[in-house]
Design a protein around this ligand. Sequence first.
Ligand code: ATP
Ligand code: LTN
Length: 332
Amino acid sequence: MDEKKVMLSGIQPSGDLHLGNYLGPLRHWPEMIEEFDCYFFLADLHTITVRQDPAQLRRRVLTLLAQYIACGLDPERCTLFIQSHVPAHAQLGWVLDCYTMFGELSRMTQFKDKAAKHKDNINAGLFTYPALMAADILLYQPDFVPVGEDQKQHVEICRDIAERFNGIYGDVFKVPAPHIPKVGARIMSLNDPTSKMSKSNLEGCVILMDKPEDIMRKFKRAITDSDTERCVRYAPQEKPGVSNLVQIYATVTGKSFEEIEAEFDGKGYGAFKPAVGEAVAETLRPIREETERLLADKAYLENVYKTGAEKASYVANKTLRKVYKKVGFVPR
Ligand code: ATP
Ligand code: LTN
């Protein structure tokens, strides 16, 4: 029998998980468990590239782990772990720093954005972040990495680093492909449809732990467009606000854009916005309730991340040993 293909992805526990994180990458992960050998991790090492409150970071890691499970990532059928529990990430990260060029790091959009946002803390980690992300990926030799559109550049630099390394030492790393969903890859902010939904703009952002009444309020206030047409239609250039809502409604209900346009034909935005809010609230309700239940069971969560770290370390250390040998380190 053919070996299962491998996939891996991670999210930073840097804030509350939001609808963009869920509808973009996370929603698709549970279905992948069926088919692939899956690794999902919490990228806490990456999170400290921006200053964090230690107690809050600890809380967020556990919440995100509970949310992973509540969204359908069954720890019995995939590997769930915390990045800092597997030292090979930092170890390979250093090696890959030495195979990553200053020029290519300087071109990274996320670095430019975050450096502009945190002018008082443009640290070296923020700059070399893509090399650590390449290590996260290459340690597990995945075939592909499912992420949202904004992470595509990081997966591409990971491929360049892997190819450069393989070019010098032979086939050490599998060169992975990014996997970007067709719908939902870029959910926009509800109060500014020209920028992506992000935890740094809370009013335009629906978080997974939001109560239904908060979700309804945010959708009722969502910015629609100032066009005179006032009809529900997917046209991202002319109607970015409405198109974002159509995209959200399509992903949570599974309906096509055409079906949605027909459903709200002649009804206007007043009927459409609460309908999207309700559909989102209903989708998120079981996830929020299950997250709350899991968070009350700390022993279970501890067991999940300990088992996950063991499984992940076994695979990661194998790749790390190979890399150390190739670059010429003396084995201990
Ligand atoms: P920030 O809000 O600080 O920019 P973030 O919300 O982008 O952070 P990340 O941890 O960087 O959160 O992203 C986790 C995953 O969610 C990544 O795969 C990313 O591509 C995806 N993602 C983030 N925002 C969106 C969005 N608005 N629409 C679709 N996918 C998204
Ligand atoms: N850079 C990603 C999080 C991340 C990741 C990874 C995603 C870190 N390492 C490896 C996929 C694979 C982010 O900021 N969302």
